[in-house]
Design a protein around this ligand. Sequence first.
Ligand code: AMP
Ligand code: GLY
Length: 421
Amino acid sequence: MNILILGGGGREHTFCWKLSQSTQQPNLFIAPGNAGTAQLGTNLSINPTDLEAVATAATTHAIDLIVVGPEAPLVAGIHDHIASHPTLSHIPVIGPKQEAAQLEGSKAYAKAFMERHNIPTAPYKQFTAQTLSDGLTYLETIPAPYVLKADGLAAGKGVLIIHELEEAKAALTDMLANKKFGAASEQVVIEGFLDGIELSCFVLTDGNSHVTFPFAKDYKRIGEGDTGLNTGGMGAVSPVPFNDAAFQQKIHDRIITPTMEGLKKDQLDFVGFVFIGLIRVGDDPFVIEYNVRMGDPETQVVLPRIENDMVALLTATGEKRLHEVELNISAQAAATVVGVAGGYPEAYGKGDVITGISSDGLIFHAGTTTANGNVVTNGGRVLASTGFGADVHEALTEAYANLSNVTFEGMYFRKDLGFDL
Ligand code: AMP
Ligand code: GLY
């Protein structure tokens, strides 16, 4: 069996690691991959949003299954492209079609979906350059802090949380009139601020049935104590200690079930991962956002806790047989700590030699490549060390211990993960 994985981060290395444990012993192709995926399969030097290049690779390598890691190829329509291709339409794609990918690709689309299906989320209104003055007036009517979201994909930078009214007005003007985030901010969603603690929920669906993966919590800020700039993710833990049985039941009843039914009612034929970004406010869950893929770095703690054969699980999904599958989740906790390049998430260097990866621990590569026989840094988030234990604190201890063997110039990681749990 030949599997093509799109993407090249820690999430994709984790998928490769898990898929390669399958009894089916698949051949893995990764576009573009990293130095870690190269050890488990064949990296293809392809941009995953180049739909025609992906189709050509699927033909060349006789691909049987495509697993899409990041959102960009989905929003660009990779699933539709393969499904309507004269010779590739039989290949299952794990990831939704372009219309359903709007759940992540457009905040306004996601908010309308939640409103239509009665899914708890912050109240909102949306504005364009034409309705900017209405937006400015609206800001005067709501309490601070103000949450401004560029409608489209903005590489994780499109959400602004602002405490001062005048600053919020200036930011709204910047986004709509000056297109601060380009086309992504032609439309802006202003929504109510939710004060609580966040967690990530992952549902794998074949369009008919679904399985709920282990919950996780990620750490987005660069600084200890959740301070400083937002990043792609500095670490994650699973399970989530504050996600007790009663709270999980609310998530299931109020959010997962209506989301799955909403996808069906809207005839979105969603095949793939629905990543529901949740926030616990008091005792109640609310949706912060939908993503149409697995989380990174949450994947690095979620997949290792799944005991099922990942090839069988994803094949069943692609063939719409997910109702036949029972998901088995390990009782062990997992934690991952991300090592980043000095300076990240602002300017950082590349090409620094990484040592110590080959020692015992489970290290997932993210921004790495090979040069002159060495593994070198090639991105801001360089790698993630995943550890296990009876609870998340034990798992963190193991993750930190294994990470301590790894070195590269300017390496930084947060030492306080789990501080809030
Ligand atoms: P998003 O891209 O929608 O996930 O937003 C990025 C981050 O902004 C989230 O992970 C939250 O930390 C924060 N955020 C987004 N929406 C809200 C909200 N309504 N209330 C409070 N925080 C929010
Ligand atoms: N860890 C959050 C994300 O993948 O978007």
